[in-house]
Design a protein around this ligand. Structure first.
Ligand code: NDP
Length: 292
């Protein structure tokens, strides 16, 4: 292996420790504990698991969590009223609406209802709009892309002036990751399902963020020697040697890429642990803004 491994578990643990220490200081100074409200609509098993992990992290770091669950057939009005109530509640510093919402609900309208200073997921249209504009800073940055950039910075990868390629243009990962890289002075190409010659584009990348959800699509011979690879993808690959019958792999063929890249994140243990760590960091920031 020539690439340096970027260990998301260790980096995420350090972020969590820093957040816990800051919270302990706030509480010792007589300030209220930060509070995070989660809103789960419906009964998707994966969404319920994510919400539980976020609540567990809150408990570990000293953040109060307030869980709210609505049935899958909740109306737009019911969801918006709950979010408005939480926006007005001084105990709640951050509001996380677990996505995706059931398809009959208007996601953008729900996200718009979150008070912007409590938008710890960073998906409020104003925060995303500011991310897209030069010289305007969002209050919060979406957690997974924030984690990707944080990993690059912690690894000492130079972003300024680099050629960066982002595979995927989703609202939650690809697009905000590209905007963050532009904000840090990278020259960015975003690839999606209509892009021609993706291998040729990836070969130009000093930095690659892969977020497409396709098992090991990026091959070792697509990688520019010395490039930094951040693999966001989480895919299950059949593996009869595992008790579950599968294992988790990324969008990048790790075994091939690690022989060419300069830095690489593993899956699991790379970007995955960063998402919740950055949510905790955003919740702390929200509390600091609201209780200066
Ligand atoms: P989406 O399905 O929302 O978006 C996928 C993007 O990839 C789209 O822009 C799509 O293009 C593009 N794409 C799909 N197939 C191809 C292809 N063959 N060639 C080129 N582009 C393609 O996914 P997400 O952004 O939500 O997630 C991406 C991956 O990241 C998933 O594996 C997900 O599990 C993982 N993930 C991991 C997180 C973590 O914490 N580590 C958090 C969030 C996601 P188009 O726009 O044209 O359709």
């Amino acid at each position: 292996m020539t690439a340096q491994l970027i260990d998301g578990k260790v980096i995420a643990e350090n972020v969590r420790k820093e957040v816990a220490e800051e919270i302990a200081k706030m509480v010792a100074a007589g300030k209220p504990r930060p509070g995070l409200a989660t809103v789960l609509v419906g009964d998707r098993v994966d969404s319920a698991t994510y919400v539980r992990s976020k609540q567990k992290a809150c408990a570990e770091l000293g953040i109060e969590s307030y869980g709210h669950q609505l049935p899958a057939d909740a109306s737009q009005k019911e969801v918006e009223e709950l979010v408005k109530k939480l926006s007005d509640d001084p105990k709640v510093n951050g509001i996380l609406v677990q996505l995706p919402l059931p398809s009959h609900l208007d996601e953008e309208k729900v996200l718009q209802t979150i008070a912007i200073e409590k938008d710890v997921d960073g998906f409020h249209p104003i925060n995303i709009g500011r991310l897209a504009q030069k010289g305007r800073d969002p209050l919060f940055v979406p957690c997974t892309p924030y984690g990707c950039i944080y990993l690059l910075e912690q690894a000492g990868v130079k972003i300024d002036g680099a050629n960066a390629v982002v595979l995927g243009r989703s609202n939650i990962v690809g697009m905000p990751a590209a905007l963050l890289l532009i904000g840090k002075n990278a020259t960015v190409t975003v690839c999606h399902s209509h892009t021609r010659d993706i291998p040729g584009v990836v070969r130009q990348a000093d930095i690659l963020i892969a977020a497409i959800g396709k098992t090991e699509m990026v091959r070792g011979d697509w990688i520019k020697p010395g490039a930094a690879i951040i693999d966001v993808g989480i895919n299950s690959k059949p593996d009869p040697t595992k008790s579950k019958g599968y294992r988790l792999v990324g969008d990048v063929n790790f075994e091939e890429a690690k022989e060419v890249a300069g830095w690489i994140t593993p899956v699991p243990g790379g970007v995955g642990p960063m998402t919740i760590a950055m949510l905790m960091k955003n919740t702390l920031r929200a509390a600091q803004i609201q209780n200066p």
